[in-house]
Ligand binder design. Structure first.
Ligand SMILES: Nc1ncnc2c1ncn2[C@@H]1O[C@H](COP(=O)(O)OP(=O)(O)OP(=O)(O)O)[C@@H](O)[C@H]1O
Ligand SMILES: [Mg+2]
Length: 292
């Protein structure tokens, strides 16, 4: 049975990272990889993947799908921080950690103080000597995992001190601090980042790739379950077009849903898929532009 599609919100999400676990599909192997490596005390785990493949979404979901009581995960996006100094970036990371301690982990943080930007600039070590020390007091015997999104933007400007100093500094921090772990994610091939690979050559690394067929199928059918029905040929058609790329799958399904709603229909055929391709490309243009 399908409910009437008229007036229903389009359930497909295009562009923004997926925050709700029920809207997120696949990546079981990746979470297992992270879980196994954290358990084995890997202090750095490198992830990489092309644009729009779902890097930020994976990081946002780690706390939902990696079940490790002893680890507290803090998501930090470094987007837009490429021109910041090392001390500026450290200050932002500290602010993010403090916010998580208070809001997500509901810990008592009254006494925790972040050194001022000025002090950090003069003395970078304050980040660990003063700030991290207090953080570890608050979290007791738990470990802290920093999920660093868009880590590579720090290397974008050759003049920038973050690329030359922050990577090595973070490396020295995780080496020193038993309870500190980092999972940096980069949007380019690791081969293109010799600095990073050189520093973290021992780190396990994994590429975030296309979704497995079964998960791509769930991404197509689940969000609109009970409202839209897809003929097997339609699902096949979508998979042929998207190859299991989550963003393109969502873009196509978003367009199919809109079209079906306009026409008050609840069945999607292969022909519908073929007809909607142009519209889908138009919707996805912002994201697609990168590929040309
Ligand atoms: N696991 C997933 N389940 C469902 N949709 C996904 C998934 N991963 C990615 N998407 C789709 O891809 C889009 C982009 O995801 P996300 O922002 O996480 O990618 P990204 O690799 O961080 O992109 P960017 O390179 O722009 O930073 C989402 O809005 C969604 O449409
Ligand atoms: Mg992202």
């Amino acid at each position: 049975m399908t409910a009437s599609i008229t007036g229903q919100d389009n359930p497909y999400i295009i562009g923004v990272p997926i925050g709700k676990p029920e809207s997120f599909f696949g990546r079981e192997d990746l979470f297992r990889f992270i879980q196994d490596n954290l358990k084995q005390n890997a202090k750095v785990i490198l992830l990489h993947g092309q644009r729009r493949i779902g890097k930020s979404s994976v990081l946002l979901q780690v706390h939902n799908f990696v079940q490790l009581e002893q680890f507290l995960f803090v998501f930090v996006s470094l987007e837009g921080k490429s021109r910041k100094s090392v001390s500026g970036v450290l200050y932002e990371i500290a602010s993010e950690i403090l916010e998580y301690l208070e809001d997500e982990f509901e810990l008592e943080v009254d006494g925790v103080r972040i050194p001022s930007k000025k002090d950090l600039q003069k003395e970078q070590e304050l980040f660990s000597d003063v700030f991290l020390r207090q953080v570890f007091e608050v979290i007791g015997d738990k470990n802290l995992v920093l999920l660093l999104d868009e880590f590579d933007v720090l290397g974008e400007h050759s003049q920038d001190t973050a690329s030359t100093h922050l990577f090595p500094y973070l490396k020295s921090l995780v080496d020193e601090q038993e309870q500190l772990f980092i999972i940096p994610v980069v949007g380019r091939r690791l081969d293109d980042m010799p600095n990073l690979l050189g520093l973290f050559h021992e780190a396990p690394n994994l590429r975030i790739g296309l979704l497995q067929k079964q998960n791509a199928e769930r991404l197509i059918t689940k969000p609109a379950q009970g409202v839209l029905e897809y003929e097997p040929g339609a699902i096949k058609g979508i998979l042929e077009l998207s190859a299991g790329h989550p963003y393109f799958t969502q873009v196509i399904c978003f367009a199919l849903f809109s079209k079906a709603r306009e026409e008050g229909r609840s069945l999607i055929t292969r022909e519908d898929v073929e007809n909607v391709v142009d519209k889908a490309i138009e919707n996805g243009e912002a994201g697609l532009a990168w590929f040309y």
